[in-house]
Design a protein. Structure first.
Length: 237
């Protein structure tokens, strides 16, 4: 939506689509839904529809106006591969990312099946990082769908981590983010799950980023693991 972001693993956010629908347990306490409702109550023009999925074509060219190279999280308030986002519109978003080649764009989805089905229609320039969210073992197939795309940088967001993810196949994965759920009614994350994932990343030589422990007081819980922060980033090819 605008430059500047409090998300630890990015620098800015850009929302050419807003709103979404819930498809798996990781969506239960969606932060974007809470924020969209707050912005709607404040009268923010892009959120007159609240959290109903809405295309925002007037936002498409915003990154082209940002001349300073930066890392941009695409659709922090939605899912670009939602079934109600037309392929033609996804292609327009990708065209902006292709043209704004001085930026790095991070795209994240839970809809890995649609991602894979439309992937051949998209131009995957090297500045586009593609990721999938995997909150529990029931959804690890999203990783296989991501791996089958031709994105240059592929990453996993294991957040909110709701259970152990043992023996992941990290072949072809360039980056792993791990984090606990935060906000009201946050579900707990077991430290053993995090430590195991860190060990898996170390064994596979995949950069590991620990975002947060989460909880109802995420700042108090912090984001250190083993006495330090882990802010590893992908090795750019």
């Amino acid at each position: 939506m605008a430059q500047g972001s409090g998300i630890e693993w990015t620098e800015s956010t850009w929302n050419p689509v807003t709103g979404c629908t819930k498809i798996s347990p990781g969506c239960k306490h969606c932060y974007a839904e809470r924020m969209a409702e707050r912005l709607q109550a404040m009268g923010q023009a892009n959120y007159v529809n609240g959290f109903n999925l809405t295309l925002q074509p007037h936002m498409l060219e915003v990154p082209l106006k940002w001349k300073k190279p930066q890392t941009i999280f695409v659709n922090s308030m939605s899912d670009l591969f939602h079934e109600d986002v037309p392929l033609e519109y996804i292609e327009r978003v990708f065209k902006v990312m292709n043209d704004a080649n001085w930026h790095r764009f991070q795209v994240l989805t839970k809809r890995a099946d649609r991602l894979l089905s439309v992937s051949p229609s998209l131009k995957w320039t090297s500045n586009i990082w593609m990721g999938v969210s995997v909150e529990s073992d029931d959804h690890r197939t999203r990783i296989d769908r991501l791996r089958a795309t031709t994105a240059h940088i592929k990453f996993l967001s294991l957040e909110p981590l709701l259970g152990p993810l043992c023996n992941l196949n990290l072949m072809g994965i360039d980056w792993v983010i791990v984090g606990g759920e935060s906000g009201p009614n946050a579900r707990p994350m077991n430290a053993a799950w995090v430590e195991d994932l860190q060990n898996q990343c170390r064994s596979a030589e995949v950069p590991f980023f620990f975002k947060q422990w989460g909880g109802t007081q995420k700042k108090k819980a912090g984001r250190t693991l083993g006495g330090r922060t882990w802010d590893e980033m992908p090795v750019l090819r």
